[in-house]
Design a protein around this ligand. Sequence first.
Ligand SMILES: *[C@@H]1O[C@H](CO)[C@@H](O)[C@H](O)[C@H]1NC(C)=O
Ligand SMILES: *[C@@H]1O[C@H](CO)[C@@H](O)[C@H](O)[C@H]1NC(C)=O
Ligand SMILES: *[C@@H]1O[C@H](CO)[C@@H](O)[C@H](O)[C@H]1NC(C)=O
Ligand SMILES: *[C@@H]1O[C@H](CO)[C@@H](O)[C@H](O)[C@H]1NC(C)=O
Ligand SMILES: *[C@@H]1O[C@H](CO)[C@@H](O)[C@H](O)[C@H]1NC(C)=O
Ligand SMILES: *[C@@H]1O[C@H](CO)[C@@H](O)[C@H](O)[C@H]1NC(C)=O
Ligand SMILES: *[C@@H]1O[C@H](CO)[C@@H](O)[C@H](O)[C@H]1NC(C)=O
Length: 480
Amino acid sequence: MELSTSPRKAQALEKVSVLVVLVLLGLSVVDGQRPRVWDYFEYSAISCRAHSAFLTDFGGVGDGTTLNTEAFKAAITHLSQFDSEGGSQLFVPPGRWLTGSFNLTSHFTLYLHRDAVLLASQDINEWPVVDPLPSYGRGRDTTGGRYISLIFGTNLTDVVVTGDNGTIDGQGALWWDKFHNRELQYTRPYLIEIMFSENIQISNLTLVNSPSWNVHPVYSSNIIVQGITILAPVRSPNTDGINPDSCINTRIEDCYIVSGDDCIAVKSGWDEYGITFGMPTKQLVIRRLTCISPTSAVIALGSEMSGGIQDVRAEDILAIDSESGVRIKTAIGRGGYVKDIYVRGMTMKTMKWAFWMTGNYGSHPDENYDPNALPVIQNINYRDMVAENVTMAARLEGIPGDPFMGICISNVTIELEKKAKKLTWNCSDISGISSGVVPLPCELLPDQGPENAVECNFPTESLPIENVEAQMCSSRSKYF
Ligand SMILES: *[C@@H]1O[C@H](CO)[C@@H](O)[C@H](O)[C@H]1NC(C)=O
Ligand SMILES: *[C@@H]1O[C@H](CO)[C@@H](O)[C@H](O)[C@H]1NC(C)=O
Ligand SMILES: *[C@@H]1O[C@H](CO)[C@@H](O)[C@H](O)[C@H]1NC(C)=O
Ligand SMILES: *[C@@H]1O[C@H](CO)[C@@H](O)[C@H](O)[C@H]1NC(C)=O
Ligand SMILES: *[C@@H]1O[C@H](CO)[C@@H](O)[C@H](O)[C@H]1NC(C)=O
Ligand SMILES: *[C@@H]1O[C@H](CO)[C@@H](O)[C@H](O)[C@H]1NC(C)=O
Ligand SMILES: *[C@@H]1O[C@H](CO)[C@@H](O)[C@H](O)[C@H]1NC(C)=O
């Protein structure tokens, strides 16, 4: 990935892309009996490709009922031969493309037309079972293995999954029912999982009805997730939006997420498995996010955080009808740490708790966790926020004998709902300071007074992933 710092060039590119989108709209032609011709694309990506193909070149049929798993496999196997010859891109034309799981390759772009819908197969035999993640020791739903994700990649470099807001539909209802009825033999699949990889872009797509988590980069670095719309019923189980897990240098921006679980859940492995694996999530940027999550958090840190979570910077967040804004979840036995967390510029409307921290989350992979493995929670900074219609300002519960330290909250105004609890801040086993916070926080976060007003920290130097510049890629190809 090229690292560069040229904001002017990026702005120029944005203008070009708007123009091109306008031109593109006129180019999908339906001409009598002839199949549609779709011949010019332009999109922004971390790298462009020399070779192109259409799914239809490999027998793909977009009628919503023909299974396309073999077409995807054949296409990607064929295109993988170009990985050292400028890379390749696979275009998915307008249509409804039923498919089982398939694997990505390196130096590769999967591009979905705005009218393309990938439909996840409802036949469980189409879903190979793979090993549990080494940092979890077991699947999240069941012990043992897990159904592979719909779009999966491992040990890759330079992969783009994008589209002009094309759709991936997980058809998750079948899986949610199996989960509720305890009929699952293995852990439910995710929509997109990229493992042990680097230089990844996932952008401009709509993901609907995932069986479980939506986007799961794990053990990876240099990841951009941008312009993703995620929609799932707000009561669907574990439909987390984007879960960076043991990942370094990640940027998540311009996403709109409505889901039945956390919109963003930052993770790094579970109890003794995560401690042994020892791979943190760090250098994570989250910005311009809109989240609706009535049963969960806008940004959750944990509960699986045993490899550590460090240097998370979140800003420009709009939270609507969610349980909590930022939520740190951990437990005795997790070990690891959550430190150097910075959040600013968050607007919250209708929340149960603006802030929630708990050291009492429980949820262990098995009984072999180490009761002496205590998590370290340190240097947590929240500032410049407004919240309205909140039931309780904050519930901050550290661990007795292992307090959460260095909490700083400044310039935050929380308007409580009419029927709000009398106790607005419920704090235990924490320490820190506050400044300019309404209502006045608990005694464990003493207000510094107007003379000693504090602005909680937010780093001024950017992370490397913030300076990665996209290129405009274009292609003229036809399919008949
Ligand atoms: C996503 O779409 C927007 C608007 O159409 C465009 O400006 C942006 O460049 C696209 N981003 C990527 C990474 O494709
Ligand atoms: C994808 O890769 C995984 C792990 O390498 C493998 O288990 C699975 O069978 C592959 N899937 C397909 C469709 O080839
Ligand atoms: C992928 O990379 C991991 C970590 O480097 C390694 O343990 C694993 O064997 C690799 N898998 C494959 C299929 O190459
Ligand atoms: C993408 O599609 C979704 C679902 O139809 C829609 O809500 C969203 O506004 C679209 N995004 C863009 C950038 O067009
Ligand atoms: C306080 O936060 C608001 C956003 O909620 C922001 O507009 C304002 O500039 C902040 N004030 C200071 C002094 O930083
Ligand atoms: C305030 O929150 C309550 C739930 O606590 C909700 O029922 C009500 O509709 C909200 N009011 C507004 C004005 O959003
Ligand atoms: C305050 O938090 C403690 C746990 O730290 C809990 O037991 C108690 O019920 C809470 N009180 C209220 C009023 O929510």
